[in-house]
Design a protein around this ligand. Sequence first.
Ligand SMILES: *Cc1c(COP(=O)(O)O)cnc(C)c1O
Length: 373
Amino acid sequence: MNEKGLFENEVLSLLKSAKQKDTSYDKVLSSMCTKPHPIAVKAHMQFIYSNMGDSGLFPGTKYLEEEVIRMMGDMLGDSSACGYLTTGGTEANIQALRTARNIKNKSNPNMVVPASAHFSFDKIADLLGIELRKASMDREFRVDINSVGNLIDKNTIALVGIAGSTEFGQIDPIDKLAKLAMSNDLFLHIDAAFGGFVIPYLDKKYDFDFSVNGVTSITSDPHKMGLSTIPAGGLLFKDEACLLPLEIDTPYLTIRKQYSLAGTRSGAAVAATYAVMKHLGHDGYRHIVKNCIKMTDMLVKGTRKLGVRPLIDPVMNIVALDVPNLDDVRKKMRTKGWTTSVTRNPGAMRLIIMPHLDEKIIDLFISDLELCL
Ligand SMILES: *Cc1c(COP(=O)(O)O)cnc(C)c1O
């Protein structure tokens, strides 16, 4: 740090030059985050000093969080679900499995997750000392139920189902996982970090949430398709008793107990999430999802004409394209300003069609892809 402080305009110009190096979302097809809704940004700025880690000082913001959890519960099949807003899907997944581990209290616990699970489960295995067992996928990249069944033993504490897998946007057969979980007395955590704000608004109906008997917890991230600001994740439990193993006494705060993993945490993201959910309503989100699906269909139709097929027909606004000479094509696309990503197994071009894109950009992407192939 410099000895003497800089003038404000000097600092601002440093910030400006850093920001210029950042990628604007315009040609980003690799991100599950997007430009937040303007009302979320306004709310965020208003609550910038609010700390949910010491929520006794901020009962107004605490009320907003309770309202968000109620609205999210309502979206996810149980308006009386409980939980809190996390820093993201990773924290929500960690906390869900931490509850499962502490309630089950087994000596060498293991969890069975789909091979398509997000890398946050590798962190969980390491942090919580839970052995990670990866079940194989079927040809459509859903978890194979027989494989899950075969991996369960007396030390299994939880199964994980994914509703909107990070790489393929696929939805596991949650009803079948729920039957397995119930007959083996296991927790069933649903990772809908991405799909939570998408699946309820698809034309096709999927049973993936608390409406399925046996689902114990759900992760759903407002900072992805919820159009809130970062950091806004969500963890919901069906049963309030699930919060108890997470509780810690907090002697020097205005509240007695805290169940979040983070201590100090953003009230701004809470207010942003409340604002955008109140403002959009189910209708608004349905409209946004519809538009993303329309663009996704356009993209797939256009690339099929180039002889490039998706690995599966997209279930939501995530596409894995079977592009020949993948690395080479992605590099060429990068020089034209496009950011794409990849799936692991099999390797394909992974594209996420977020609300910051529009039909003109999709057309441009297809024609640039044609040039790069
Ligand atoms: C994005 C994502 C996560 C991780 O969420 P973060 O907010 O990045 O921590 C976990 N699971 C799935 C399925 C995701 O798509």
